[in-house]
Ligand binder design. Structure first.
Ligand SMILES: *[C@@H]1O[C@H](CO)[C@@H](O)[C@H](O)[C@H]1NC(C)=O
Ligand SMILES: *[C@@H]1O[C@H](CO)[C@@H](O)[C@H](O)[C@H]1NC(C)=O
Ligand SMILES: *[C@@H]1O[C@H](CO)[C@@H](O)[C@H](O)[C@H]1NC(C)=O
Ligand SMILES: *[C@@H]1O[C@H](CO)[C@@H](O)[C@H](O)[C@H]1NC(C)=O
Length: 393
């Protein structure tokens, strides 16, 4: 039987350290490395081609990635902690540290440097073996549902790309990615560019890097923050492209609700959703407006003509975007999606709905308590600002 998880928010309002909706830009994923909560396996090529200096660079990179206050291990009152494991490989792979070995940053420094002090004598470098070992480390590190709500990331550091017989790293990588593990690759390239291309097939989209690029460290950290940024079941993560699920994500989730309600009831229902701190959707710009329509079209139970409430409503003569009751409520700014001849000036029409017009939808104002429509809720992602627990449903 397929196990599915219902993810609930704990910690409620504590979160929104750095984001104010009045900035009128869509929220980014949480950016707090000190609150990273992931399970990470570093998979490091220590074959001869990596060189001792290359290995030293890898050790320094690994240690620095988690040095911004990240809680290493599991023994913390704040559940936002990160486990880091270390696998090395050449002709064979070995586990230098499983997911439970490092319980603080000192453990990382004291083990990673010795483990990566010198390369092996072989030129064989079978990434498939390293990846398969990482898979094993994840399996061993997840007993029952322990940390089942923590996303899994692999960081591969490779100096060459070889297949061992029929054992193709692409197959192992595909299997890992389809089970939800994200793969970051760092190519220690010796010039021909072939390695880069091969590792591009191993990496999750946008997460293939090289040791030559500026800002490698920041790029890996950003990738980890993105991997640590996701929506509860039944919510759609706002991203740069609706059709490309791997496009750059925002720290926002939307959920089309296909049971009709008037605007006020819809607002209440969003605010009372189990994830907490949800509200009727904002449309600060055309891109978000279009994304919301695509999410509505793709929702099961939706049908043309598309008509759905959004968070815009008039308060004291001003158009304001809905937010949880105690948060700042941003006023409508310059992008608007009004239908021709809207908004209609009427004190009894202080709520806004999207109404289909051809392939688009446009805003019309309506009564707070009159039109029963579908609607779209919005909430923030589970990320470094917001911990989400897993529960069996
Ligand atoms: C867990 O943390 C407590 C308090 O910080 C400490 O006393 C204890 O030794 C730690 N246990 C482990 C296994 O590290
Ligand atoms: C990553 O892969 C993409 C597509 O395969 C490629 O266009 C891009 O140049 C690669 N990036 C690096 C740094 O190799
Ligand atoms: C559309 O909905 C289906 C069913 O829920 C989902 O599997 C699919 O990923 C959605 N498409 C996109 C692009 O999000
Ligand atoms: C809307 O306003 C912002 C800042 O107030 C500005 O940067 C942006 O260019 C404006 N957009 C349009 C379409 O006028």
């Amino acid at each position: 039987m397929k196990t599915s998880f219902l993810i609930l928010l704990v910690g409620a309002i504590a979160c929104q350290a750095d984001y104010d909706p009045r900035s009128y830009v869509d929220r980014k994923c949480g950016q707090d490395l000190g609150n990273l909560w992931l399970d990470i396996v570093a998979v490091v090529d220590n074959s001869h081609g990596m060189t001792d200096d290359g290995l030293g660079d890898v050790a320094a990179t690994l240690c620095t990635i988690v040095s911004s206050g990240t809680r290493i291990g599991t023994n913390y009152t704040d559940a936002r902690s990160t486990r880091l494991a270390l696998v090395t490989y050449n002709s064979q792979a070995s586990t230098n540290a499983d997911l439970n070995k490092f319980q603080n940053l000192d453990d990382v420094y004291n083990n990673v440097y010795p483990a990566l002090s010198s390369v092996a004598k072989t030129d064989n470098s079978f990434l498939a073996n390293g990846l398969a070992m990482a898979e094993q480390v994840f399996d061993d590190g997840e007993v029952g549902n322990f940390r089942a709500n923590y996303k899994k990331a692999v960081i591969v550091f490779a100096s060459s790309y070889q297949k061992s017989g029929d054992f193709d790293p692409v197959h192992v990588a595909e299997r890992m990615k389809s089970s939800g593990i994200k793969i970051i690759t760092v190519a220690y390239d010796r010039g021909d560019g072939a390695l880069l291309k091969e590792l591009g097939n191993i990496a999750s989209p946008r997460y293939n890097f090289t040791n030559k690029e500026d800002g490698l460290l920041e790029n890996i950290q950003q990738a980890l923050l993105e991997i640590n940024c996701f929506c509860p079941n039944d919510w759609v993560q706002y991203r740069t492209s609706f059709t490309d699920i791997s496009s750059a994500p925002f720290g926002i989730c939307v959920q089309p609700i296909t049971i009709a309600a008037n605007w006020r009831a819809a607002q209440m229902n969003c605010r009372n959703r189990k994830e907490g701190n949800a509200y009727l959707v904002t449309e600060f710009n055309q891109a978000k407006h279009d994304f919301v329509l695509q999410a509505v079209r793709n929702a099961s139970g939706s049908a043309q003509p598309y008509i759905y409430h959004i968070g815009l409503n008039m308060i004291s003569g001003q158009w304001i975007w809905d937010q949880p009751a105690t948060w700042p409520q941003p006023a409508l700014q310059n992008w608007t999606g009004w239908a021709p001849n809207y908004p209609v000036a009427s004190s009894s029409m202080s709520a806004v709905q999207n109404v289909q017009s051809g392939y688009q939808t446009v805003w019309q104002n309506t009564g707070l308590y009159t039109s029963g429509n579908k609607y779209v809720c919005e909430t923030y992602t589970c990320d470094t600002d917001k911990y989400c627990v897993a529960q069996l449903d």
